[in-house]
Design a protein around this ligand. Structure first.
Ligand code: GLC
Ligand code: CA
Length: 512
């Protein structure tokens, strides 16, 4: 297998927010094609597309209702073929999001599965009976879901519960089912045949679950991710996918393992000899200055610089020569890194500082759309402007015990929508993203913070990114991409190196 991905310069596109070609307010595939030359000019050689499959969009496409067709608002399968073609013409590889942990509840498999206990699709999903505690029926376990509430939902038709570790409309697939796996492998093969070059495997850590035993904890639903994360069978499933499909292609795979995966567990996923994944996204560094949609008590927390440095160092040192690693500051599930570690008064320098810190390490960069111009968190002023189901759920919890103002501050610091506002192409209406009202509001700062402006300024963050990318491809490639990492100033907490800067610098003055 060739190792092209090691020298790739990756770029994550959030399709809904990248570029709207037909002015319906929603980004689309033709819109992405229109911007391929921009990406080429930046030096990008690989794009990762967030999910573009047909979906009721409860979770912006991660709730797939048909893996074989494109969401109509994004385009058609022909648009997708065109996109792959046009990208390849420019030497850009295309990586698709692969959602294996769950489907939408509107997927035909689930529609069948819920019909009866003996339906042939029943075991495609994870069903269990409720518990009877002193005559009161309870969920099969007290496990929490990532998006709030229980990890189970009762289905009235058969009176059993299905597992759903994300939203109520995203039932979890049962990887113990041979028939389900076979259907999945067929689908994975379909996209390989269509010409995609790799997969970003969504929520991969969760494909195996512990026995259904309650977790210890005071809360009604206990956030015990150990019951659903990095368990042994995950690794077997990944080997199977490779043996059945991916090894027959020159494919690359990066898995989302999230937070809390230690070095050994990451090595289980990515060590060269294991034939499982080429690299993973860990979340530890993303969590250093905010909670995941739940940082209400922590929003004045300072950057923990030592831990942040250690998060990077742990993998840079521990994976060296044993595997490969993804270099990324943020993705669509995290606030903008400029708002976490940057300073709006020193916007230009902050953006350059962030790029310098990360992109001289070894690994494959994955730049998140807008990061290359230093986009900031959204400027939401009311919950009605927020679209993400997990943030809305969280907000509704928070206002039970906090003021609306505090709950909104929490949103503006930690909500996933902060990184999902439309790409800021120029200073015109809606930042040049669309001529109609976008599905989520464009940040007002597009008037000065936009691609066009930075293209014309040789000292901009955007041009700095171009330079770093050029250097990574130059004669310094050997040392930057393959050289060993050494953390200097290990104990140095000096705030003026990576700045203590609190996130509120990006909020209007009266927010906190
Ligand atoms: C991953 C995705 C996230 C999604 C979740 C459920 O974490 O990145 O956006 O909500 O999986 O698919
Ligand atoms: Ca559109």
């Amino acid at each position: 297998m060739s190792k092209w991905y090691k020298e790739a310069i990756g770029y994550q596109i959030y399709p809904r927010s990248f570029n709207d070609s037909n002015n319906d307010g929603i980004g689309d595939l033709v819109g992405i094609i229109e911007k391929l030359d921009y990406l080429l000019d930046l030096g990008i050689t690989m794009i990762w597309l967030g999910p573009i499959y047909k979906s009721p969009m409860d979770d912006n496409g991660y709730d797939v209702s048909d893996y074989y067709s494109i969401a109509p608002e994004y385009g058609t399968i022909d648009d997708c073929k065109n996109l792959i073609n046009e990208a390849h013409k420019r030497g850009i590889k295309v990586v698709m999001d692969l959602v294996l942990n769950h489907t939408s509840d509107e997927h035909p498999w689930f529609i069948e599965s819920r019909k009866s206990l003996d339906n042939e699709y029943r075991d495609y999903y994870i069903w269990a009976k409720g518990k009877n505690i002193n005559g009161i029926e309870k969920e099969p376990t007290n496990w929490a879901s990532f998006f709030g509430g229980s990890a189970w939902k009762k289905d009235e038709i058969t009176k059993e519960y299905f597992m759903k570790i994300f939203s109520d409309k995203m039932p979890d697939l049962n990887w113990k089912s041979k028939a389900m796996k076979k259907d999945m492998f067929k689908m994975v093969e379909f996209w390989c045949d269509l010409g995609v070059d790799g997969y970003r495997v969504d929520a991969v850590a969760h494909l195996d679950r512990a026995e259904f035993i309650d977790s210890v904890g005071e809360e009604k639903y206990v956030q015990d991710w150990s019951k659903i994360s990095n368990l042994p069978k995950v690794f077997d499933y990944l080997e199977e996918i490779n043996n059945e499909v991916l090894n027959n292609y020159d494919m690359f795979s990066v898995g989302e393992v999230g937070g809390g995966a230690n070095l050994d567990s990451v090595l289980d996923y990515v060590a060269y000899e294991n034939n499982r994944l080429d690299m993973v996204f860990t979340f530890d560094h993303n969590w250093r200055n905010n909670g995941f949609d739940s940082c209400i008590d922590e929003f004045i927390q300072e950057v923990d610089l030592l831990s942040l440095k250690n998060d990077f160092a742990r993998f840079q040192t521990g994976l060296y020569n044993k595997s490969w690693h993804a270099l990324y500051w943020l993705n669509h599930d995290h606030p903008r890194v400029m708002s976490q570690y940057g300073n709006i008064e020193h916007h230009n320098l902050s953006g350059k500082m962030l790029a310098t810190v990360l992109y001289f390490m070894w690994g494959t960069p994955l730049i998140y759309n807008g990061e290359e111009i230093g986009m900031t968190n959204g400027d939401f002023s009311d919950i009605s402007e927020v679209r993400d189901i997990s943030s809305i759920n969280n907000y509704n919890e928070v206002i039970k015990t906090h003021t609306v103002k505090q709950a909104m501050t929490n949103i503006r610091i930690s909500a996933r929508d902060n990184s999902r506002t439309p790409m800021q192409w120029n200073s015109s209406m809606n930042g040049g993203f669309s001529e109609s009202e976008p599905w989520i509001r464009v940040n007002e700062n597009h008037k000065w913070l936009n691609v066009e402006h930075q293209l014309n300024d040789s000292n901009s963050i955007l041009n700095f990114y171009k330079n770093i990318i050029r250097i990574r491809k130059s004669e310094y490639k050997e040392i930057i991409l393959y050289g060993e990492f050494e953390l200097t100033y290990k104990e140095n907490k000096r705030k003026n190196i990576l700045i203590k800067l609190k996130t509120h610098l990006f909020l209007p003055k009266d927010t906190i």
